[in-house]
Write a protein that binds this ligand. Structure first.
Ligand SMILES: C[S@@+](CC[C@H](N)C(=O)[O-])C[C@H]1O[C@@H](n2cnc3c(N)ncnc32)[C@H](O)[C@@H]1O
Length: 254
């Protein structure tokens, strides 16, 4: 692991002689059996751009689309934003270019994707000096407290790979890092309300499931998950995603 990469620790193991769980295995092993992000890319793979495919490809299109959308709904250069499941910065490079230096933050469970973003994509885009390494964090618990409040948070193609308990945890963690009025935009695959609960859904390009990756949700399930941490929910729906992902907004009341 590179020394630049800030791993989140819970502090629970601090006084124990037992190795921290995060020392024993790659961070991404935390999602083994849940989704396909339990891999670690080598420097050679990153140099060949493999990370771009591993976050779903359509690098330029989906990267720019998520940026344009967040600006359209209100993101301004002086805001601070957290990119949840930021991966290799497909959207991140656009935000890093637009936001004031140091105002973009990202968390992800996969350290090698974060490394690909910081060490490969940021220099390739000519953005050195605009993204402090400390702004990126490897975490399997969505630890979102960087000591500053975020105006906006975004999760593109992340809830689509997560079971509901992970989404609950994410929303709970993020609620602590966002002030009243803070907005969290997150994409999801929609399941029709009248569909039998155990049936898969054919989306634009993939089939989604209730019990395995890629996951689909009914909006009221996301609303409920958010309500447990005090979020107000809006089902935005279509936002022009080429693979039919839908948009949900969670807002801190006040
Ligand atoms: C399809 S990629 C999208 C990445 C990025 N949002 C983008 O648009 O390029 C899904 C991302 O979610 C991350 N991820 C999956 N499970 C996660 C978890 N439990 N906690 C944090 N990140 C997770 C993956 O490592 C990966 O970077």
């Amino acid at each position: 692991m590179r020394t630049w990469l800030r791993r989140a620790t819970t502090g629970r193991d601090e006084k124990s002689d037992a190795p921290k769980s995060s020392d024993a295995q790659p961070m991404s092993a935390a999602v083994a059996g849940i989704n396909t992000y339990d891999f670690s890319l080598s420097d050679q793979q990153i140099a060949r751009g493999v990370h771009r495919k591993r976050v779903g490809a359509m690098w330029d299109q989906i990267g720019k689309h998520q940026f344009d959308y967040l600006v359209e709904v209100g993101l301004q250069p002086q805001h601070r934003m957290l990119d949840v499941g930021c991966g290799a910065l497909r959207g991140g490079i656009h935000f890093v270019r637009y936001l004031e230096p140091g105002h973009y933050y990202g968390i992800d469970v996969n350290e090698s994707l974060l490394r690909a973003g910081l060490e490969h994509e940021v220099p390739a885009a000519g953005l050195q000096g605009r993204l402090p390494a400390e702004n990126l964090r490897a975490t399997s618990m969505f630890e979102s407290d960087f000591g500053i409040p975020f105006d906006y948070a975004l999760a593109v193609s992340v809830f689509t790979h997560l079971p509901l308990n992970h989404i609950r945890l994410c929303l709970w963690q993020l609620a602590k890092a966002m002030p009243p009025g803070g907005r969290f935009l997150a994409t999801f695959f929609r399941a029709p309300a009248d569909l039998p609960y155990d049936e898969p859904v054919q989306q634009v390009a993939v089939q989604t499931h209730v019990e395995r990756d890629p996951f689909h949700y009914r909006p009221y399930e996301l609303e409920w998950a958010g309500s447990l941490a005090g979020w107000e929910f809006t089902d935005i729906g279509d936002w022009g995603h080429p693979r039919g992902q839908q948009m949900a907004e969670f807002r801190r009341p006040g």
